[in-house]
Every structure is written in structure tokens, then in C-alpha cells.
Write a protein that binds this ligand. Structure first.
Ligand SMILES: [Zn+2]
Length: 213
């Protein structure tokens, strides 16, 4: 099976579905991660939190921790990835080239403007595709005024440690948020696992699901 995960920033995909991708890769499926920006950023005062070089180095290290070799990083503005034909077509190119059986993207109600732009652009790009799952909003940036509805669960008990290692590989983010960040991510996986009948899980909202019978 070919599994395509789309994200705005280096670390988004790992945070939301890293355990799922690590599991898919370990089970012999082909996994591609497409990140729409180089993910360097500063705040409005101009204080840099992450340089481009840092983000790319960390992103590749994180993908390795997941066992994913196919990581594509595009070059749109980190904070402004719009719902726009240029973004739709960049994603469409990867759908045509990689021919995924399943597509993961941001949740359409995520409150980070770039996450939302990527989610909506993926939905347009995948208009002829049967299977799109939206991953749970990124913590802490993607909290929303709408409730996320967990509808599909993936047991990641065997890969939760790889997911956490991939997040530690994002050293600049780890330094910014500290151990509580990882503890929160692990706790959410524990919570979803309890709901899903396993130790640790990641959950998804189903936009469309093709059933192979
Ligand atoms: Zn992000």
C-alpha cells in the first residue's frame, strides 16, 4: 500500500500521525511525507525560533526515526500556505506521481491558517481519490472552536517510542516546549488508545474512505 502524508510544517506529520506512519513503514508499506514549507520561523518581534537549516536537519532526522525515507520538503512561506490553486497543484503532483492508496492531511478546522490551507488544498487536490483521513489537530497550535471527532483509530502501541523519538529529533521545538510537550503527546495517544481498545493510538476524522472488500 502507498501511504501519503501531507503537512504544512516539519514536525506536524510526526506529531499527528508519526506512530501510524512508522507502523506502516515497518509493515512494508511505502510511505511518503510531503511538507509544504521549509518551516523556519520567527515571531512578530523578529525573534527567530527555527532557521531553515535547523528545520530541514531536524525534519530528516525525525523521518529517519520513523523509518520513512521518502520526505519531500517544498518551499512555501511557513506561516502563509493558502487554500489556493498553486498549493492544490503541488499536492496534486504528488498524488499523480506516488499514487497513494490512502492520504493523510491536516484537519480542516485546525486554527493554524497554514494547517487549514493545507487541509483544504489537499481535499481539492484529492477530489478524485477515495480515501482521505484528517489527523487530529496539532498541539498546541491547532486548537479549534469546533470539536474534532475521532472516527478511525490506529493502534500505535508498537511505535509510540519511535513517534516520541522523532519528536525529540526536532530539537528546536523540543527546547521550546520541553518535556511537557512530549508528555502531552504521549498522554493523548494513551487517551486515544483507551478509547480505541489498545495501549496507544492515533485517531483520525474520515473525510472519505474507500473500502477494499
Ligand atoms: Zn504546523
Amino acid at each position: 500500500m502507498n501511504v501519503l502524508a501531507i503537512g504544512a510544517h516539519l514536525d506536524d506529520i510526526e506529531l499527528a500521525c508519526g506512530g501510524t506512519l512508522a507502523k506502516a513503514a515497518a509493515n512494508g508499506h511505502d510511505v511518503r511525507m510531503v511538507v509544504l514549507s521549509q518551516s523556519d520561523y520567527a515571531n512578530y518581534r523578529g525573534e527567530t525560533f527555527r532557521t531553515k537549516e535547523q528545520a530541514l536537519r531536524e525534519g530528516h532526522a525525525a523521518a529517519r526515526e520513523l523509518g520513512v525515507r521518502d520526505l519531500v520538503v517544498l518551499d512555501n512561506p511557513t506561516k502563509d500556505i493558502p487554500y489556493h490553486s498553486t498549493i492544490v497543484e503541488q499536492i496534486e503532483e504528488h498524488i499523480d506521481d506516488f499514487k497513494p492508496d490512502m492520504i493523510f492531511t491536516h484537519w480542516a478546522f485546525d486554527t493554524h491558517q497554514a494547517h487549514q490551507g493545507v487541509a483544504l488544498s489537499t481535499i481539492s487536490a484529492a477530489r478524485r481519490h477515495p480515501s482521505i483521513l484528517m489527523y487530529e489537530p496539532i498541539s498546541p497550535s491547532g486548537r479549534s472552536y469546533v470539536g474534532f471527532r475521532p472516527q478511525a483509530y490506529v493502534d500505535i502501541s508498537a511505535t509510540i517510542e519511535r513517534k516520541l523519538s522523532s519528536l525529540r529529533a526536532h530539537e528546536s521545538q523540543y527546547q521550546k516546549y520541553g518535556d511537557k510537550w512530549l508528555e502531552a503527546i504521549q498522554a493523548r495517544a494513551r487517551h486515544r488508545g483507551f478509547e480505541g481498545g489498545c495501549d496507544y493510538a492515533e485517531s483520525f476524522e474520515i473525510l472519505r474512505m474507500g473500502l477494499a472488500l
